[in-house]
Design a protein around this ligand. Structure first.
Ligand code: PRP
Ligand code: MN
Ligand code: MG
Length: 180
């Protein structure tokens, strides 16, 4: 069904699973003496966060923020909106932001600045995907799963017009789906 809209599989389920285990092991080591607050950025981070948190053996808490900048377009509007804020006070906390993809970097730049302003003790970013060619602001993740090329990728949380998030792999969307 969904597969007919995919031009090419970029990262398979198995490759994602192996990478999530690897990142989980690294994060377990890095956070072993801490009480991290993992913050998932809705909605894209949901599948990655769900899988990754199970691989982190630390006293971890979770919370969510819903920030949106794309709407139904394929290009970021550049304007970041808070749709849902945290329930947790981040002051003094060691924060691990979990994202599905960094493109322009504007979403995360906004969030890092916000958590700094709210006096978090430390802020680190783990992202499954990084699209370095899309960068508009100076922003680097601390942990990156895969670099992706300048293509419109969907699946494993990433959407086009809110669809395809439930694909179990990362694929490139056929051009005819989004250019008309
Ligand atoms: C997407 C993606 C990242 C952000 C990356 O989220 O999930 O959060 O854009 O783009 P940027 O680096 O250019 O800011 P989106 O705003 O589409 O919301 P969603 O996660 O609900 O799809
Ligand atoms: Mn997102
Ligand atoms: Mg989106």
């Amino acid at each position: 069904m969904l597969e007919k809209d995919i031009q090419e599989v970029l990262i398979t389920e198995e490759e994602i699973r192996a990478k999530v285990k690897e990142l989980g092991a690294t994060l377990t080591e890095d956070y072993k003496d801490k009480y991290p607050l993992a913050i998932g950025i809705l909605k894209g981070a949901i599948p990655f966060m769900g899988d990754l948190m199970k691989e982190i053996d630390a006293y971890l808490e979770i919370d969510f923020m819903d920030v949106s900048s794309y709407g139904n377009a394929t290009v970021s509007s550049g304007e970041v909106k808070i749709v849902k804020d945290l329930n947790t006070n981040v002051e003094g906390r060691d924060i691990l932001i979990i994202e599905d993809i960094i493109d322009s970097g504007k979403t995360l730049k906004y969030l890092v600045d916000l958590f700094k302003y709210r006096q978090a003790n430390s802020i680190q970013i783990v992202t499954l995907l990084d699209k370095p060619t899309g960068r508009k602001v100076d922003l680097k993740a601390d942990y990156v799963g895969f670099d992706v090329p300048d293509a419109f990728v969907v699946g494993y949380g990433l959407d086009y017009a809110e669809k395809y998030r439930n694909l179990p792999y990362i694929g490139v969307l056929k051009k005819e789906i989004y250019s008309f």
